[in-house]
Design a protein around this ligand. Structure first.
Ligand code: NAD
Ligand code: ZN
Length: 343
């Protein structure tokens, strides 16, 4: 079968012929229909420090997908051939304290599909049946392929109650924009979203008309700006989705006393902050890794079913044979989600 492989320990990806994956007794084989490119895949493409430390070479990469089940391992129950599915890319141990308590997103033994083991940028993917997600409502395959990053947005955005609240989102990447969709869907009062990238701020405004874009390359969020929106004491909820220390510090300084910040963006080690903003304001800061398995998937599905326009985050579509164009547009920063078709 064809697969996108990190073949050499250098920048790039290679379209290769590889053997069909093995299907164990507890696994399912999925014929891939659509995949989406994640920021993680760009790190792997670029072969940055993190990728060099993490990714075994050669390996098929990718973890955002939708496809249909074409083979069931001998022990698999409750799934059928032909089911349209996606899958949770974090494979957890089921034995640690958190797994046993049902907090599987906190498993310290997590293995990542397309990061630590063979991924989905291929014609077929084999994963454990326990990681398969079969939605109970019709979802187009290209939209279902975005459920992993959408799940990051859902997990982060639902960490604090948003009804009637003023929300600051730093970073209008695909996940930041999806978080803005969730905030609008959940009845936030004001949604301010920041970025340095005009394309992405425009995309955010187009998809979430309620969102107020601020280009922090040109202006900062001022108290006057906030007052004009009725935000007198500060933002109630902050969603950090940029990984930028500047953005995080700015967020801390604009929060209301007792506010909540959910952090998805990965800060560089050693990032300094003004601790007075945390301690004297009594902020609640929550780190977010992955998705709650499978509560986040359920919530995401139900919000999509009840009108959240997730499909709008897809801005580019390519056949897998044109993967280079897909990676180029993702790397340019002028995109939302980029989907590759494997049909
Ligand atoms: P992305 O890189 O596409 O988007 C980040 C955006 O932040 C970009 O548009 C960038 O221009 C913007 N940005 C940079 N500096 C900024 C600043 N000072 N102020 C405001 N915006 C700024 O990333 P994504 O795929 O949307 O993911 C969002 C973040 O979440 C990334 O940092 C990613 O590494 C992280 N992430 C974490 C997890 C997790 O499980 N914790 C999972 C997925 C992604
Ligand atoms: Zn575990």
């Amino acid at each position: 079968m064809k697969a996108l492989v990190k073949k050499h320990a250098e920048e790039g990806l290679w379209l290769e012929d590889v053997p069909l994956p093995k299907v164990g007794n507890n696994d399912v084989l999925i014929k891939i229909q659509k995949t989406a490119i994640c920021g993680t895949d760009i790190h792997i493409y670029n072969w940055d420090d993190w990728a060099q430390k993490t990714i075994p070479v050669p390996m098929t990469i990718g973890h955002e997908f939708a496809g249909s089940i074409v083979e069931l391992g001998a022990n698999v129950e409750g799934l059928e051939l032909g089911d349209l599915v996606s899958g949770e890319g974090h494979i957890v141990c089921e034995r640690c304290r958190n797994c046993l308590a049902g907090r599987r997103h906190l498993c310290p033994n997590t293995i990542g599909v397309g990061v630590n083991r063979t991924g989905c940028f291929a014609e077929y993917l084999s994963i454990p049946a326990k990681n398969v997600y079969r939605p109970n409502t019709p979802i187009p395959p290209e939209v279902l392929a975005c459920f992993d990053p959408y799940g990051n947005a859902v997990h982060t955005a639902l960490s604090f109650n948003m009804v009637g609240e003023d929300v600051l989102i730093t970073g209008a990447g695909p996940i930041g924009i999806m978080a803005a969709m969730v905030a609008a869907h959940c009845g936030a009062r004001n949604i301010v979203i920041t970025d340095l990238n005009e394309y992405r701020l425009n995309l955010a405004r187009t998809i979430v008309p309620k969102a107020i874009p601020v280009n922090v390359a040109k202006e900062t969020i001022t108290r006057d700006m906030m007052r004009a929106l009725g935000i007198l004491e500060g933002f109630d909820v902050g969603l950090e989705m940029s990984g930028s220390p500047d953005a995080f510090r700015e967020m801390l300084s604009k929060m209301i006393n007792g506010g909540g910040i959910a952090m998805l963006g990965i800060m560089p080690n050693g990032t300094g902050i003004n601790w007075d903003d945390v301690v004297f304001k009594g902020l609640h800061i929550k780190g977010i890794y992955g998705r709650e398995i499978f509560e986040t998937w359920y919530k995401g599905t139900m919000m999509y079913q009840s009108g959240l326009p997730l499909e709008k985050i897809i801005t580019h579509r390519f056949h897998y044979s044109d993967f280079q164009q897909g990676f180029d547009v993702m790397r340019s920063g002028e995109s939302g989600k980029v989907v590759l078709s494997w049909e």
